[in-house]
Design a protein around this ligand. Structure first.
Ligand code: FE2
Length: 310
């Protein structure tokens, strides 16, 4: 039994297409999609269409789908915030049917293959509770800027996970043989006290310093579980051109330009920019949150002029 694990596509159709083609060539039997299908690239309907057309798929929702559900209760006339411009675009762009499909997805599923019990959730925090792994995309971005290489990220993850006492105790009591998740956009897998942890990474927007479209194959056989992390190349310059040409970009230029940087460097910038915008708004005496379009744009102009602040 071979299972492909794809997460965090974020509207990146070329990455999803490349990863699915590779998974088919690798003869996978099932596909797990671990959340966040829309957000940063201009193909939300195409991505959702592909998900819906994929046979043997197990699909859960991520925080991006939660945001859509949150917007549903609001009056679109009030959608004036700068930081959510891209989200508003996604909500309006999605067909009613696709939006309903995403909002109706479960937050987690339990799956059993060949007697192996797996829990699938989008965020590790859903099963970690109060435990912090310190492997967020922001923490990895900091390590990368301090000299850690993309290739070195796996060793860094291993060091953090294998020395984590609380995590070890939690895994011992876990009622599953493995947990599958995404959200941090950092692809990793480890065995802790006999339990398999798999973060499939972000197919559409990896932030672990390595280019391409990551996804993971879990093989379950008589000897137990084996994992292969794969990374499929695709045309990222063409993706960036398409993003800059899109109505998503026109609606959300600041967010989109930061995403372009993230694609180019495979590193988180957006969370760092949020921190910068917070300080900027405080300095100019603007306490409105979420940020207004004007403050969001002005903070970005200031951020671009200060490369040291990244
Ligand atoms: Fe995500």
């Amino acid at each position: 039994m071979r299972i492909a694990i794809l997460s965090d596509i974020h509207g990146n159709l070329p990455a999803l297409t490349a990863a699915l083609a590779d998974a088919r060539a690798q003869k996978v039997d099932e596909i797990i999609f671990a959340g966040d299908y829309i957000g940063d690239f201009p193909y939300p309907n195409e991505v959702v269409g592909l998900l819906r057309d994929t046979a043997h798929a197990h699909i859960i929702r991520g925080n991006k789908e939660d945001y859509l559900a949150g917007l549903q209760a609001q009056d679109p006339a009030e959608w004036t915030d700068g930081q959510y411009q891209g989200l508003y675009w996604n909500y309006r762009e999605l067909t009613e049917e696709n939006r309903r499909f995403l909002i109706s997805l479960p937050r987690s599923v339990s799956l059993t293959f060949e007697g192996v019990r797996l829990l699938v959730t989008h965020k590790a925090a859903d099963w970690l509770g109060e435990i912090r792994l310190n492997l967020s995309s922001l923490q990895i971005a900091k390590a990368l800027s301090e000299g850690l290489s993309g290739e070195g990220v796996k060793g860094h993850v291993h060091q953090v996970v294998s020395s984590h006492e609380e995590l070890g105790r939690l895994m011992e009591g876990l009622a599953y043989d493995g947990v599958i998740f995404g959200h941090s956009h950092i692809q990793w897998q480890e065995v802790v006290r006999g339990k398999r942890l798999i973060n499939g990474g972000s197919c559409g927007l990896p932030l672990d310093g390595q280019p391409g479209a990551p996804y993971t194959i879990l093989e379950i056989g008589r000897e137990g579980m084996a994992v292969e992390e794969r990374r499929v190349p695709y045309d990222t310059p063409a993706l960036i051109r398409a993003l800059r040409d899109s109505s998503l970009y026109r609606q959300a230029p600041v967010w989109s330009e930061i995403i372009v940087r993230e694609v180019e460097d495979a590193r988180n910038y957006i969370i760092g920019f949020f921190g910068f915008a917070e300080k900027y708004a405080h300095r100019i005496g603007d306490s409105r949150r979420p940020f207004s379009a004007e403050t969001w744009q002005a903070a970005y102009q200031c951020w671009v002029g200060k490369p040291d602040s990244r």
